[in-house]
Design a protein around this ligand. Structure first.
Ligand SMILES: Cc1cc2nc3c(=O)[nH]c(=O)nc-3n(C[C@H](O)[C@H](O)[C@H](O)COP(=O)(O)O)c2cc1C
Length: 344
C-alpha cells in the first residue's frame, strides 16, 4: 500500500485526510488534529464565497471560519462553496494570495437545504457536470498553481448516480484530486456509505487521485479501505470529533506498527479543557461555552457517563458550569480541580 500520494505539487503523507465539517473543523479543532498527527491533509470548514466577496467589498474583516488559516502549518485545504464560477474564482484567488493554503477545495457535496435547495449550491450542482467543470476550470485559472480539488457525493439520488460523469468533468477541467462521499445527496447521512460505488470511479480517472469518504470509525477500517478499495486516500470526518487520534493510529497501522494507545481519561480531560480554553480565547466565555456544547455532545458518544456529560454540558452557559460538567464526566477517574486542591 502506498504511504503517500500527490495532489499536484502537494504530498499527502500519510494518505489520511480530515474531512471539512462546518461548525467543527475550526482553528482550535485543527490544532488538536495536528497535536495527534497522522493527518496528511487537514481541511477547514466550508466558507461561503459569496459572503467572503461581500465582506471584502464592504471592507469588513474576513469570516471567523478563516481563523488561524494564514498562520497554520502546511498542508491545509480551504473549502469554499457557491454556484457562481466568478464568485468562487475571486474568493479562491484572494484566499490563495492572502492565506497561502496548500489546496483550494470546492464543495459539490453538501446536501443541507440551506446550501443545496435555497442556494442551488453544494450537492445541487451534481445535476450539471458541465457546470461543475466550468467552476473547476475558472477557479483553477486564478490560483496560480495552487491545486484545486473537488468534493462530491455519488449523485443526487439512487436513480441518478453520476459520480463518474462529474469525476471526468473535474479532471478534464484541471481539478487535481477528487473526494467522494459514498452516499447520495438524498440519503443525507442515512444508510451506509457505499465504498464499492466509490471504487467504480477509479478506472475513469486518468491521473488524479481518488479519495474515499464515509463511515470510517476505526483505524483498522481506514487501512482496510485503502487496501481493498481503489482509492489513493481515505478521508475521515465524524469519528475524529470524538477520537482525534484515529489518524495517528491509522498511520501507525499503515506502517505496520502496533496500534498506539488512545489517551487515558486524565489525558482526555486535559484535552477537553485545553480545547475549551482555545475556543474561549477566540470567542469569549459566552459564545465559547455555547460552541463547546456540540463538541461535548460528540465527545460523550459511547463513553462512560457520556449521557450525563451531554446533558450537563448542553445546559452550561458559563465557564463554571461547563467545567463542573467536565468534572462530573471524569468523576472518580481523575480528581476534580476542587479535590486536587484539597489533597494538596
Ligand atoms: C457536522 C458536519 C458538518 C459538515 N460540513 C461539511 C462541509 O463544510 N463541507 C463538506 O464538504 N462536507 C461537510 N460534511 C461532510 C463530511 O465532510 C463527510 O463527508 C461526512 O461526514 C462523511 O464522512 P464521515 O462518515 O467520516 O463523517 C459535514 C458533515 C458533518 C457531520
Amino acid at each position: 500500500m502506498k504511504e503517500a500520494f500527490q495532489i499536484g505539487p502537494v504530498t499527502v503523507r500519510p494518505p489520511f485526510l480530515s474531512a471539512p465539517m462546518a461548525g467543527f473543523t475550526n482553528g482550535a479543532f485543527r490544532s488538536i488534529l495536528r497535536h495527534f498527527g497522522g493527518v496528511g491533509l487537514i481541511a477547514t470548514e466550508m466558507i461561503s464565497a459569496r459572503a467572503f466577496v461581500h465582506r471584502s467589498a464592504a471592507g469588513q474583516s474576513h469570516p471567523d471560519r478563516l481563523w488561524g488559516v494564514a498562520e497554520e502549518p502546511a498542508p491545509l485545504s480551504v473549502q469554499i462553496w457557491d454556484n457562481q464560477p466568478e464568485t468562487l474564482a475571486e474568493t479562491a484567488s484572494r484566499i490563495a494570495r492572502e492565506y497561502h493554503p496548500a489546496v483550494i477545495d470546492l464543495n459539490f457535496g453538501c446536501p443541507a437545504p440551506k446550501i443545496a435547495r435555497n442556494s442551488a449550491s453544494g450537492s445541487a450542482l451534481l445535476r450539471d457536470p458541465q457546470k461543475v467543470g466550468d467552476i473547476v476550470a475558472m477557479v483553477a485559472s486564478v490560483t496560480e498553481g495552487l491545486p484545486v480539488t473537488a468534493k462530491i457525493r455519488l449523485g443526487l439520488t439512487a436513480d441518478t448516480i453520476n459520480a463518474v460523469d462529474v469525476a471526468q468533468a473535474v479532471e478534464a477541467a484541471g481539478g487535481k484530486a477528487l473526494t467522494v462521499h459514498g452516499r447520495t445527496a438524498a440519503q443525507m447521512y442515512r444508510g451506509q456509505a457505499d465504498w464499492e460505488e466509490i471504487g467504480k470511479i477509479r478506472p475513469y480517472l486518468k491521473a488524479i487521485p481518488l479519495i474515499g469518504n464515509g463511515d470510517i470509525r476505526a483505524p483498522e477500517t481506514a487501512v482496510a479501505r485503502l487496501r481493498d478499495t481503489a482509492v489513493d486516500g481515505v478521508m475521515i470526518g465524524r469519528a475524529a470529533l470524538s477520537h482525534p487520534w484515529i489518524f495517528s493510529q491509522a498511520a501507525a497501522l499503515l506502517r505496520g506498527e502496533p496500534l498506539p494507545p488512545a489517551p487515558d481519561r486524565r489525558e482526555e480531560r486535559e484535552l477537553i479543557i485545553g480545547h475549551y480554553q482555545l475556543i474561549c480565547q477566540r470567542f469569549g466565555p459566552v459564545k465559547g461555552t455555547i460552541l463547546m456544547r456540540k463538541y461535548a455532545a460528540e465527545w460523550s458518544r459511547g463513553r462512560d457517563r457520556g449521557k450525563l456529560f451531554r446533558v450537563a454540558a448542553s445546559g452550561a452557559s458559563t465557564p463554571e458550569e461547563f467545567l463542573e460538567a467536565i468534572d462530573q464526566f471524569f468523576d472518580g477517574d481523575v480528581p476534580s480541580a476542587a479535590e486536587a486542591d484539597k489533597q494538596e
